[in-house]
Design a protein around this ligand. Sequence first.
Ligand code: GLU
Length: 371
Amino acid sequence: MKTHSPCWIVKIGSAMITNHGTGLAQHHIQTWVEQIAALIRQDYQLVLVSSGAVAVGMQRMGWQQRPTALPDLQAAAAVGQAGLIQAWEQAFQQRNLLTAQVLLTHDDLSSRKRYLNARSSLRTLIRLGVIPIINENDVVANDELRVGDNDTLAALVTNLLAADKMILLTDQEGLYTADPRQQPDAELIHTASAHDPELDQIASPHGGQLGRGGMLTKIRAARLASRSGADTVIASGQQPNLLPELAQGLRHGTLLRAGQAPEAARKRWLAGQLQVAGHLTLDAGAAERLCRAGTSLLAVGIVTVSGTFRRGELVACVDPAGQEVARGLVNYAADEIQQLCGHSSAEIATRLGYVNEDEMIHRDNLVLTRH
Ligand code: GLU
């Protein structure tokens, strides 16, 4: 019987790919490709998430500073993506491996239909032995469409494919107890639960000059990846032979353990949604029940409704302190919930004149977001 081929998502940041903005790091690209090729020979399935479009574009245009205007960023990405994919393709070709460019925006992953579409094309590429090289489609993405950073994009892809592991290659050894650029006595964290709240205190929210994701983004990405049961490794992209050694079970960088069984695919898709159409504030009892028992949300536990949303849209549920506890797809529009909140399900018919469902959000369409 054929055993399961492990599927790993490897994300490489802009600073690594471009030698801190001085040009494509050809030498590094060769070593990563060699490592990936070694894993493919061991029957691993590999997907690459490669940043660097904007950084390579900036360099080709002779720009010293990352532009702030969206059209300039899009232009840089358009120029740079071509160079980036060419470099990967050539390096893989030397090892007789085929690559495919896959450019995604948040929109591709938030519509259920396109999400399933993206999943089947990625699965097909992998089955055909092709290595997908993914980046955000920065040329067309605006603020509403954008995932924003490739750590999060890698986590969304990890969830999409229910991958076993996500590896974030960066210019640091891993996650430290403090920012090592400022505190030389900071210590490397070898392993932690991705959900350890202490991690939020120590991680810097700032990325480098070239990319977008700082350590905080990486921790959040690890939490997202944990929804499909995937562990995350944050490690240095300069560590020789990193991927084959990780495959042998050796430790490198920081391992953030998922510590949870994979959620159902539909729930992972829900959790990966970055934009909500509105908010429901719950009373303390309802918030607690939702978190503890994962029950459906009834109107009686809702105190206020904000935003204008329609039936079927995604909303966030917040506790009385304003902290998000869950997200879900509503069975009623905002103005309907407004009329129902604080009332029992038995009163729906008299208050609205009709009943869609008893629940405002059914538990199958609800995902907990506080851990
Ligand atoms: N998609 C961006 C690029 O390729 C990078 C985003 C990131 O750094 O996380 O330039």
